[in-house]
Design a protein around this ligand. Structure first.
Ligand code: F6R
Length: 602
């Protein structure tokens, strides 16, 4: 996701910005840029791809006098990753960087264009700088022009603006996206997170939503809707590794908490008022396609299974899912009317990549759902949808699974729109439910502390069964995989209706069953399956919005209006269960034994 840095002072600004951006690359990016005003001279550099390309472009430039400066790493949302779309965006005499989305940018852009203002990029960000200059050209008061500009913006953003009209100031505003201000003597720093300023600043102030202001002459003047306000700085952490985890104990924990926020990025520009749009897809990809085959491994395979339920039920298109390592050697019969989808967090998984190559050799059209732009799988596919989860550091995948599943849900509606297999009422209902997803992913203190307490009861026994039906069967598989990966306890995911066909023989008080009992999908069926296990003295942890008396432990969920909202809420519960059990067992949550984040060998 995009990252922001800023600096006012008399140190080498280029180096401070580039070092700061380096600390933000873990968020993922596809281009970067900086802008500096020093000695009344505005300089700007941008480069697509790795940060080293920007370093190369700026190698002969020095900025050692006093000045103001801003920098940005961009993860493309509106418009492709090109130099023109990279930040900082330029007006005539000002530059802006921005993280988030300006929801009403099209309206603002049209208005500015009708006044003869020329736009160079396809981004929403560029409207900020033109709007600012429009107001400043009228009243010659940059601060007033900035406040008027941010008044006009709808959406979630963090932004920094510098201008030759006030060359000693950085104007800033935060509304929904993260930003902080660092201090050391007369120097002032801005960043999206702690790490770019650790070792440089000594104190920090974390901006709240709705705060804005300006930094000038070693001082920050802060405002919110009630006018100017005072603020208290706090000492800045000194440990970078700790700061990267934002205070969480493990990256996996941080990534579980991030899911709600990250989901907004996944949906950004795709979930529209009355439809799903994928700027990156051409509808021609679906021409003459009568069925879909999805290939993936591990967690990505589980999201694929979830997607298949959705594609068949909602988009009415036959969909088959295969484990990539099996698919490769089964001599599959491939037909040209099949759209071949691969799903991969890393985009480098050897089996998935080889499966894709096989499908291409057979002449199939291909689409990948991936978290890493320019990865081998993305490059090999005809089209790609990026999941925009940001870099996932925990080996056990969490936010990648959540965002893959969301992309598949969106893709289902997209295909249904093309095939006209969904009524407009049903489509609006689905879109409405989708908008609630970030909320369903929020980790509450109530649930997290309950999982922490419960975890001590689930450290022994002879194994876990995660059971669910329908969409909740892949979630059961994923819950079991998470647990075994990081706790090293034996766990299996099972379709609840299959228990009586064998596994129920294992039932006794030392068998732990995690029952996913959604209210919106076959509740009575799963209830009877769980009752059968309770009757055999199995220890049951039930997760449901409906109270279930027979369970030994019960986690009450809040969503009961749409299966996918129940799905995401229950997913968080299973992730927290695995996390807390693993922590109690003293395991290295982020780097479980024997596992690698990217499996590039067969
Ligand atoms: C589990 C996990 C793995 C990966 C699998 C595929 O938490 O992360 O099961 O899902 O190795 O990796 P990608 O998605 O990178 O192709």
């Amino acid at each position: 996701m995009c990252g922001i840095v800023g600096y006012i002072g008399d140190k080498e600004k280029k180096e401070i910005l580039l070092d700061g951006l380096q600390e933000l690359v873990y968020r993922g990016y596809d281009s970067a840029g900086i802008a500096i005003i020093e000695n009344r001279q505005l300089r700007n550099f941008k480069a697509v791809g790795r940060l080293k390309n920007l370093r190369e472009k700026t190698k002969d430039y020095e900025s050692i006098d006093f000045g103001v400066s801003i920098g940005h790493t961009r993860w493309a949302t509106h418009g492709k990753p090109t130099e023109l779309n990279a930040h900082p965006h330029m007006g005539t005499y000002s530059f802006v960087v921005h993280n988030g989305i300006i929801e009403n940018y099209q309206e603002l852009k049209k208005e500015l264009q009708s006044k003869g203002i020329n736009f160079l990029s396809q981004t929403d960000t560029e409207t900020i700088v033109h709007l600012f200059e429009k107001y400043n050209n009228i009243n010659g008061n940059p601060w007033e022009a900035f406040t008027k500009t941010i008044d006009k913006l709808d959406g979630a953003y963090a932004t920094l603006l510098i201008t030759e009209a006030d060359e000693k100031s950085i104007f800033f505003a935060k509304h929904g996206s993260p930003m902080l201000i660092g201090f050391k003597d007369d120097e002032i720093f801005f960043a999206s997170s702690d790490t770019p300023i650790i070792g440089k600043a000594t104190e920090v102030y974390y901006l709240e939503d709705g705060e804005y202001g300006y930094a000038k002459d070693g001082k920050v003047t802060l405002f919110d809707e009630n006018g100017e306000k005072s603020f208290t700085k706090q000492p800045l952490a000194t440990d970078k590794a700790m700061a990267q985890k934002d205070g969480y104990r493990f990256f996996m924990e941080k990534e579980i908490y991030e899911q709600s926020h990250v989901m907004n990025d996944t949906m950004m520009g795709r979930l529209l008022e009355d439809k799903i749009d994928f700027e990156e897809l051409d509808e021609k990809l679906f021409e003459n396609i009568t069925n879909i085959k999805i290939c993936a491994c591990g967690t990505s395979y589980h999201s694929a299974l979830t997607g298949a339920y959705l594609l068949e039920r909602v988009a009415k298109i036959p969909c088959q899912v295969e484990i990539a390592s099996e698919f490769r050697y089964k001599e599959p019969l491939l037909q040209k009317n099949t759209l071949f989808i691969t799903i991969s967090q890393s985009g480098e998984t050897a089996d998935t990549l080889e499966a894709l190559k096989m499908a291409k050799r057979a002449g199939l059209k291909s689409l990948s759902i991936c978290n890493v732009d320019n990865s081998s799988i993305v490059r090999e596919s005809d089209s790609a949808i990026l999941t925009r989860a940001g870099i996932e550091k925990g080996v056990a995948s969490t936010k990648a699974f959540a965002t893959q599943t969301m992309v598949l849900w969106m893709l289902t509606l997209y295909v249904a729109q093309i095939k006209k297999s969904i009524s407009s009422e049903k489509l609006l209902e689905e879109l409405d439910a989708m908008r609630h997803t970030p909320k369903s992913l929020l980790v509450t203190d109530r649930v997290h502390s309950k999982m922490n307490r419960l975890s001590k009861r689930y450290l022994h026994g002879h194994g876990f069964f995660f059971i669910g039906r329908d969409l909740f069967f892949p979630l059961a598989l994923e819950g079991a995989l998470k647990l075994k990966e990081i706790s090293y306890l034996h766990a299996e995911g099972y379709p609840a209706g299959e228990m009586k066909h064998g596994p129920i023989a294992l039932a006794d008080s030392e068998l732990f069953t995690i029952a996913l009992m959604p209210k919106t999908l076959h509740y009575d069926k799963i209830k009877s399956n769980v009752e059968e296990l309770c009757a055999r003295d199995t220890t049951v942890l039930a997760i449901s919005s409906e109270p279930f008396e027979l369970a030994d432990d019960f986690i009450k969920t809040t969503y009961d209006s749409h299966p996918m909202l129940e799905f995401f809420e229950m997913m968080v519960v299973t992730q927290l269960l695995a996390l807390e059990i693993s922590i109690r067992l003293g395991n290295d949550v982020d780097m479980p034994r024997n596992l690698a984040k990217s499996v590039t060998v067969e």
